[in-house]
Design a protein around this ligand. Structure first.
Ligand code: NAG
Ligand code: CU
Length: 233
């Protein structure tokens, strides 16, 4: 095989393993692609963010400022899903964050910048110490989170983030797949203490132990998720 053909095949195989989060599901209703989620820069390539200090870390938007056509109504305490265009083809942790839209903005107009984000979910692997880690999101085409029952009502951005760790043993090797949906929460008790809010970019460093991570050898015996603790009601 010619070198150019080999390179083409490698490129295609790489792209197939990549993914985007392009649809939402709430209250039994599934959106269209990019209807409730801001279209991401990788909507065609499916490629990851690899620089955790990049402005892409906020919502990976193709056209910042444009917003998604719709904001989804969501009940506090209910399940909210992001659907993928393919499936999660790489191993690593899944995170969900929320940011309350400030006064004077809407979920469609808020840019998500500044220290506004709190974490509502993270997961870790099983199989630590065995040489083969399994992650709850492996192969999934839909991932879900429970909207905390104690959030304040109102509009939010909700940000899904999957960190692929298969190449994460060198700085800049972790692959972050993320997008933001626009939601409007009702039925929340409003008692949440979100604690210290973080910004994206800003919350992560390329050398955080959960981002610069040796997945294969030496056999990992622990995994530390990057970012803040998960909020509790
Ligand atoms: C959010 O929900 C409230 C309560 O149902 C409603 O009054 C408001 O119009 C909704 N906002 C959006 C943007 O859908
Ligand atoms: Cu990939």
């Amino acid at each position: 095989m010619k070198l150019s053909q080999t390179l083409t095949l490698l490129t295609v195989a790489g792209a197939q393993a990549h993914y985007t989060f392009s649809k939402t599901k709430a209250g039994g209703v599934t959106s269209a692609d990019w209807e409730t989620i801001r279209t991401t820069e990788n909507h065609y390539s499916n490629g990851p963010v690899t620089d955790v200090t990049s402005s892409q870390m906020t919502c990976y938007e193709l056209q910042p400022g444009v917003g998604a056509p719709k904001t989804v109504n969501v009940q506090a305490g209910s399940s909210f899903s992001f659907l993928l265009n393919t499936n999660i083809g790489h191993p690593g942790p899944l995170h969900f964050y929320m940011a309350k839209v400030p006064a004077g903005k809407t979920a469609a107009t808020f840019d998500g910048k500044g220290a506004v984000w709190f974490k509502i979910y993270q997961d870790g692997p099983s199989g630590l110490g065995t040489g083969t880690l399994k992650w709850p999101s492996d192969g999934k085409s839909e991932v879900s989170v429970q909207i905390p029952s104690c959030v304040q009502n109102g509009e939010y951005l909700i940000r899904v983030e999957h960190i692929a760790l298969h190449s994460a043993s060198s700085v800049g090797g972790a692959q972050l797949y993320l997008s933001c949906a626009q939601i409007n929460v009702t039925g929340g008790s409003g008692t949440l203490n979100a604690g210290q809010l973080v910004s994206f970019p800003g919350a992560y460093k390329a050398t955080d132990p959960g981002i610069l991570f040796q997945l294969y050898w030496p056999t990992p015996t622990s995994y530390v998720n990057p970012g803040p603790a998960v909020v509790k009601c």
